[in-house]
Design a protein around this ligand. Structure first.
Ligand code: HEC
Ligand code: HEC
Length: 377
């Protein structure tokens, strides 16, 4: 904006100077007419060659390659801690009826989303009860500045405390019940001791959340986009790089930026005009008018694999999500067909590699006689 103002001011001054000059001097002699030349067919205008490295330069100032893990000084992802976290992540006995684990709604082999019911907008928890928001992916989530669509948890450790006790998710009656259950499964004693060697009594609810958090901190999925940002211009195809340029030109990057292409701020859904949704987003948490319809800007990493889209899972197609975004969130309003195809190609290039061995489901630990039974009530 400032740049623009300065530029128009400069043009005005230049024009004024030229006018002033004209007043004093005689108009210049007209140039002699050029000799008639035989009319040659005009050469077809060649479009300027697409410059992927220029796009790369711009992109580097806005995005960043994914780190190897989302390190936390207060909860280091040691091997012992991630091993315990993995076991707990896949543990269905952390649910009231022993039938739901974190992996049920965030399947690690399916890019971290719920794939149990194809076409479902939201996830079924205890007794098939449906939540009212779409399950976001756990991949790269530890890198977000806050957790949940409305950011009501500061980090993955705090987030992990929620689902086990949530009555429509895993529905465990109390923290004490969770600790009792884990104490009754002999294999856990050793895993907790190794993960929290300084704790006298390591099987605590807080340590359950810490171990799961430590595990999630390494659920990172680098891909071709990271190679591109690191300097390999050929890592994206021409349509993908053009899509990246269109994504930047349209102003998507005002919100979707940083290493996870999102996850760095809250923004209003319906910035340019009201978007029809009953969910008031962050307002439900803060009761602050200014937060109405504000959501965490989601990451677009692996976006092709994490349908359906939006907080309510209302959009099954990525193309529709992009159309809504350009219309409701940007001044551009609409992409041309070609731009839309390129932007979709770019978004699909954000699919990364799953950490194969790291996410392998461990064998279930055998129960003991005192292990509580499943409770379908
Ligand atoms: C019944 C389905 C269900 C289960 C079980 C479940 N989640 Fe979730 N998870 C969700 C939903 C739905 C949300 C989004 C809720 C919201 O934003 O209000 C969510 C959000 C999250 C987020 C935030 C991601 C982001 O981008 O903000 C993380 C991390 C997460 N869950 C991890 C876990 C872990 C770890 C467990 C196991 C302890 C778990 N979930 C169990 C459905 C589930
Ligand atoms: C003003 C901020 C803002 C701008 C600009 C913006 N977005 Fe978004 N984007 C959001 C928010 C907020 C959401 C979450 C919507 C919700 O909660 O339902 C979102 C969601 C998305 C989603 C769905 C993600 C998911 O996991 O469901 C896609 C895809 C997307 N944006 C692409 C784009 C594209 C492409 C552009 C540019 C045309 C763009 N966005 C511009 C804020 C923005």
């Amino acid at each position: 904006m400032q740049d623009l103002t300065q530029r128009s001011l400069g043009t005005l001054l230049l024009a004024a100077a030229l006018l002033a000059g004209c007043n004093k001097e005689q108009p210049p002699e007209p140039a002699p007419a050029a000799p008639e030349a035989p009319a040659a067919p005009a050469p077809a205008p060649t479009p300027p060659a697409f410059d992927a490295s220029a796009v790369q330069q711009r992109a580097r100032a806005i995005f960043a390659p994914l780190p190897v893990s989302a390190e936390s000084a207060s909860n280091p992802s040691t091997d012992a801690r991630t091993a315990l976290g993995r076991q707990l992540y896949y543990e269905p006995r952390l649910s009231k009826n022993h039938d739901i684990s974190c992996n049920s709604c965030h399947s690690l082999s399916a890019y971290g989303i719920d794939v149990r019911t194809p076409g479902a907008k939201t996830s079924a928890g205890h007794k098939g009860q449906l939540g009212d928001r779409n399950s976001p992916t756990v991949y790269n989530a530890a890198l977000h500045f806050v957790q949940f669509w409305d950011g009501r948890s500061p980090d993955v450790e705090a987030q992990a405390l929620g689902p086990m006790r949530n009555p429509v998710e895993m529905a465990m009656p109390s923290d004490a019940h969770i600790v009792k259950l884990l104490q009754s499964i002999p294999g856990y004693a050793q895993l907790f001791k190794a993960a929290f060697p300084d704790d006298k009594d390591p099987i605590t609810f807080a340590n359950v959340a810490k171990a799961i958090g430590a595990f999630e901190r390494k659920l990172v999925t680098p891909g071709r986009f990271d190679k591109f940002l690191r300097g390999d211009t050929s890592a994206l195809t021409e349509p993908e790089a053009k899509g990246l340029a269109a994504f930047m030109d349209a102003g998507c990057i005002a919100c979707h930026m940083g290493p996870t292409v999102g996850g760095t701020m809250y923004q209003k859904l319906g910035l340019m005009k009201p978007y029809p949704t009953k969910d008031e987003g962050r307002f439900q948490e803060t009761k602050n008018e200014a937060d109405k319809f504000f959501f965490k800007v989601p990451s677009l990493r692996n976006i092709e694999k994490t349908a359906p889209y939006f907080h309510d899972g209302s959009l099954p197609q990525l193309e529709d999500a992009v159309k809504v975004m350009v219309e409701y969130q940007t001044a551009k309003g609409k992409f041309s067909d070609e731009e839309l195809q390129n932007v979709l190609a770019f978004l699909k290039s954000l699919t990364g590699e799953l950490p194969g061995d790291y996410i392998k489901e461990p064998a279930a630990l055998p129960p003991s006689k005192t292990t509580p039974k499943p409770d379908p009530s």
